[in-house]
Every structure is written in C-alpha cells, then in structure tokens.
Design a protein around this ligand. Sequence first.
Ligand code: MIG
Length: 655
Amino acid sequence: MEIPESAQKLEVMHLTKVDAGVQLSCQMDDEDVVYGLGEQMRGMNKRGFTYVSDALDDAVHTEDRHSLYGSHNFLILSRKTQPSFGVFVDDPGRVAFDVGETKLNQMVITAGPDCTVYFIEGESLKDIAKQFRRLIGRSYIAPKWAFGYQQSRWGYVNESDVREVVRRHQEQGILLDAVYLDIDYMDNYKDFTVDADKFPDFPGFVNEMKDQGVHLVPIIDAGVKIEEGYPIYEEGVAGGYFCKDEDGEDFVGAVWPGKVHFPDVLNSKARQWFGGKYRWLMEQGIDGFWNDMNEPAIFYSEKNMQKVMDELLALKGKNIDLHGFFHMRDILLGLSNNPEDYKSFYHDMDGVKIRHDKVHNIYGYNMTKAAAEAFDEIAPDKRTLLFSRSSYIGMHRYGGIWTGDNSSWWSHLLLSVQQMPALNMCGILYVGSDIGGFGSDTTEDLLLRWLQFGVFTPLMRNHATLGTRQQEVYQFENVEDFRNMIRIRYGLLPYIYSEYMKAALDDELYFRPLSFDYPEDDHAAKVEDQVMVGESIMAAPVYTQNATGRYVYLPEDMLLVRMKSMENKTCEPMEKGHHYVDVALNELVFFVKKDHALPLAVLDEKIKSTANMEDVSYEWICHGDGPVEYVLYDDDGISKKYVPQKDWKKVIVDK
Ligand code: MIG
C-alpha cells in the first residue's frame, strides 16, 4: 500500500506504514483529554491504557480487559493549546488504540492497510461530536414503551414464570413495560422457534401480556442449529446462506444448541433471508428483539475441538508435568472465541470472498441490520425495539445495544456511567447496562443505587444470569424504595423521551461529559463520575458501597433535586463549586442547570405502564430567576412520523 502524499501531510496525526497496516500517532499534552471509543473499560478520559477493537464475548469485565463486545473506533482528542479534533478509523478488522499506555504522552492507533481515516475538526467538543454524527447517520429510535421499566432474567423458562414476574410487579404496584425471553423460550435453542410445551399458545400469551401493558422481548442468537428437519437450517444450507470454511463447506462452530452454522449476514441475500425470519415472531405479536452472541461468540469449532481432543487423548495415562498441565489447560480454555477459528471461515460479500477475521467487528452490526431491514418491510410504519450485544459504528442506525455481561459489582455501576457518553458519541443512543449486574449476586443497596442511575438510561432493564440471586425488585426487603424509584422514572419519562428524541433527530448527545457543556471550566474535564443528561440535568449517582452521600462538583449554580418518590421531593439552589451531598439510600438526587426546566408527568394511580400515559399532564421543575424556556418534544411513540424540528413545542415555564 502506498500512503498518498496528502495523507502524509496530515496536520494532526503522523501516518506511518507498519507490518499490520498503518499507524497514526500524535503527541498529547499533559492536560489533554481523550473521549470516546464507545463500549470499553476504564474511565471517561481514555488516557493511560490500550483499547483494542476486536469484538469479544467475555463475561468478566475487569480493568485489564482490552476488548468488549463492540468496536467503536471514534475518539476525540480534547486539547487546550491546539485545536481539538475527532478521529474515526473505519476498519472492520482489529484496530488498537494505545492512548498513552506505552508512552504517557503519545497516542498510537494501529489499523489494517485498507482502513479509511476521518479527521473531524470543529468549534467545540459538542460540534465535533455532532459533525461525526452527521457523517454516520441518524440514530435508531425506539418505541416509547421501550423507555419504560423492563425486567429480564436468564432463567424465565415458560408462561407461568413470566406470568409470575408480571403478577408480582403488579401486586406491588411496580410499573412495568416489558419482560424478556432469554434462550429458554426456544425449542432446543433453535432461532425462530418457540417451545410448545412451555408456551402452548404463544400468540395468545403475547396478547395476554399486552393487555397488561407488558411487551415480551425474545432473544435471537447468531448461530443456527444444525439439525435435519429444522427449516431454518435446511433453507440456509440450500440457499448457501451460511459462512463457509476453507474447503467451501458450511463452517461448523458450536454455541448453545451444540453445533451451528453462522448466517453470512455480510451477504445481502443471506441477510435478507435471515432478517425475514423475524416475521414469524412478529406475526405472533412480538414487537421487540435483542440480538445476542453476535461477535459471533463461538464455544468451539468442530475442527479445533478435534485437534484438542486428539492432544488430550495422547496425554491419557502419561505423567503430566507442569508444562504439560498448563498446556492442557490452555488448549481447553483456548477453545472459545479462538482467533484461529475466526481465520478459518469466510464471507461472500456479494461476490467478494473475505476471511472472517478481516471483517470480524461488523458481524453483529450486520445481523442487526438484517433484522432492521426486514422490519422496514414487515412493519414499515411502526417502530420495533431492537438492540444488539455486538456492534460497530453505523449499527446505531438500526438498533441500540446493551453493555453485555457486567457483574453485580459497584465498579460496574460507575463503569456504566462512564460508558454512556462514549457510546452516545458513536451514535448509540438507545443503551443501558444490566441494572443490578448480570453476573454474581446482587445486593439490595447496589440494585437500588444502580436503579438511581438507570432512571436516566434510555434502556432501563434489570437483567441477571442463571444461578445468581433473584434480582427482581420485589425480592428485596424494602420494595417500596424500588417502587418509588421506578415510578420516578415514569415521572421523568416526558423529559427522558423528549431529550432522547431531540438528540436522535438533531444528532446531539443525550449523555455528555461535563466538559462538553462547560469547556472553559478546567475542573469539569477532570470529573469522571458525573454526567449531563439531556439539556437540563446533571446526574451525580452514588456508586460506592455504604455511601450515604458523595462529593459533587457543580460547574455553575444549580438546583439540587431530591426525590424519595414522585410526591416527596424537595429542591434546593446550590452554588457553583465543590460540595459534599448527603444522599440516603432511598433517595434520587440530581441537579438542574441554571435557566433550565424539565417536565415531570403527573402519574395517577391507574397507570401501570407507558400504555396508560398518553394523556398525562405535567408539572415542572424550573431553575431560573425568571421564566425559562423548554423545548418539549412528544409524539405518538410508535409511528415513524417524527415531529420536524420547526414544530417542536416551546414551553415557557415560570416558577
Ligand atoms: O453467554 O442467553 O449477554 O444477556 O442472558 C450467555 C443467555 C449467553 C449472553 C448475554 C446475556 C444472556 C445470555 N447470553
């Protein structure tokens, strides 16, 4: 590859050729801050570590992890003495961002030889983010009901499990909009099947739930079970819709159902075929999906398993020493998501044969695109809920994401706060983490604190894995506190929805680091645990065990809002600067910016979910010396007839 002369003269980064492809580098000043990179570990300021885009199913999100499920190759270098800029490296293969790990003040990005690099200059951080968003297209818009509270657990198996979840929420007066169906609803983990023993009348059940205001959201996995007589498998083979191995045979991996083939979603025909399969569930009343295991996760490949088995058998009866033992352990652990396996199968990108590892990071994206393109045909006028585990920049047009298998750790509550603005910069607006933590046992205080941040995330879903402590909010001693927090979410819904829609329609960030709003404030750039939410709110969640309050930095005078429930709330003006703020375990505290206002829905007792919220009236929280203007966006929440910007409603609020 020749590096064009124009590129060598790039002002902001230095471009060199290396074995892997290209390297972009630049110096950073001590006070420079790096934002972005979407779904990654560590803080809002990404300096001090190397992040690798290499979509990976890894359920242990410790600080040393370099890759998670998504690949979001966009960052903003915020500089004091020189112009700030954004950089997007468009490369569907592996890309590494050494953001001052090797050398404290040097950033080095290593990408493949065919990458396309975009530099984005702008007047401000907000402007750079917005220009990038303009470049990559409008973000996905979820139906309004998907902004309600949602309950999930791997382990709800049949109708009666789901009924019980709904009944217990209702008995306790806990508002609820959706319950998730994890892999157990399927017949033997076969995509686009429903186990008839567990759900004898599935469409009837979907309706029964809808009558209660509850949407059912089934999971779809990437792997298609190999089984004679299973129509999806047979059609896939006949149509040539699966990824192929070196010999041109359908590639065999293994996931939940045992051996599977992977639909070649990078091929337009296969994509259309796979997407079309969602129709069967939609015809039974389903209007929301989550796409899982689409890195794609591979437990093992048939070929590698054979190799490993042979090696293990050769060891049988031998005296296995230290090296032998570690080798044995490594080959077993190395069966899953093995880089060699990703090099052993191929896509047919409409005539171009390409090895999977070169395009690994856009598999989940294209699985989600398959579904979204199909929805445009199946339900063209309606919004369908869709989010994915793996993603790449561009997928934000088709669906949202959740941040994967976190754990019930306090550190992961903070992590999720830090991930939100970075994901928004990449256009991913419909997003949330598994509230309460997916892996390991949650605790009552952790779940409650997590919900207090979750009231602000567009996707507000409590989800946990098999075998962990029951995590539905009614399982805990002080159910009332949970009921109140979830009710507050519905109270805030007009604001959350309005801000989400404005962000989506106008390419803005719903979540922002403080420095985006207060560029002149040097301290704002150092704040890692507070976040702007929409135009009026600053959130400063409590994220440490046993804390009865926290330090909060106010970049300007703000109004502290303290809510125990929709009825029990107080407001207190506070001055710019550093404060210690008491926050009892059952209180939500947030801040309202100067000269800003926000609507709260007046919730009457009849409300069970967003379905009964059509005609709510508002009360307002307002922070200004005089009247304040708020742009209130609202629409029917389900059609795609979004209100054009010129018609957005301006409300003058006077306290
Ligand atoms: O690795 O379907 O991230 O949310 O509950 C397990 C079972 C596969 C991973 C998803 C998780 C889901 C689980 N899945």
